[in-house]
Design a protein around this ligand. Sequence first.
Ligand code: CP
Length: 336
Amino acid sequence: MNTNLKGKHFLSTDYWTKQELDTAFEVAFDLKKKFALEEPTRYLRDKTLFMLFFEQSTRTRNSMEAGMTQLGGHAHDLTPDKIQLSHGETAKDTAIILSRMGHGIASRNCFYGIGKDYLAEMAEHSRKPVMSLQDDVYHPFQGMADLMTIFEYFGKNPKGLKVTVSWAYADTHSKPLSVPQTQALLFPRYGINLTIAHPKEFPLSQNIIEKAKQNAEKGGGSIRFTNDMDEGFEGAHIVIPKNWGGFGAYGVQEYLDNEEECKKEMSVNLEKYHSWICDNRRIKLADKGVKLMHALPADRNHEVTDEVIDNPDISIVFDEAENRLHTAKAIMALTM
Ligand code: CP
């Protein structure tokens, strides 16, 4: 167990060793048990976390804020319009100042080609740990909750488990790549055989694919890709149908230089794939005991039908959402 994690940034699960992640899972399970027993866990008494959200959030915001309260501290819920960011104050200056006043900084910034670098700049200048609450590349807290949920349903050694992350249609907004990319990097490190299904216009970023393949080789899992959703579902023990934008088809600079054209092309491509939905027909292609996971919010009856997501024999999405709390508390308690 590696407990020497005070002050460590949490920007990607990929920047933590497996031993460090295992420590976080062990603490998360303990915190979950204590939460159920209403035992106090005031490990961060009188400590302050500054949260800075550039986008909306239900699970992330509330797991962090409730988590800080339950750990005996307090979280400030900041948005750019509440602070001088709105007048151009830099990530560097913001991080220096907030880290002198509290004990941790956490931020969500999902702008493609910007978010991860924004957080990295904060981390470079902060005296205290900086955590990603999702950026354009990674969503580490989601990955932790996903894996904790997999451990609960399939055991703590998921070697050989077949998990399919499939692109699915949604008409809400262009969702970041960060959830499937985090899953692609993380799951095979635990021996999981991961399939990523997506239409050809909606790939993950090439550098993440390369890194995920290396992780799979080292971790004893595997990763494969298909452009056929039915094929992706065949025999899967877990299916994760999820929309993501077509950002991965462009290099970051290419996208930033031609943002409007890329967005237009992405929305034309999106409309070709209404049939990419997780419904009962596709569930029947999977393993008999298949479970549905989803980071939420789900675009119901686009990504996944009501009858699947509301089926208690299949859907474990609310356990997954609750585990956002326990894993968030574990990371904060260990690093802050
Ligand atoms: N899964 C997730 O990050 O949810 P929120 O956007 O509500 O935080």
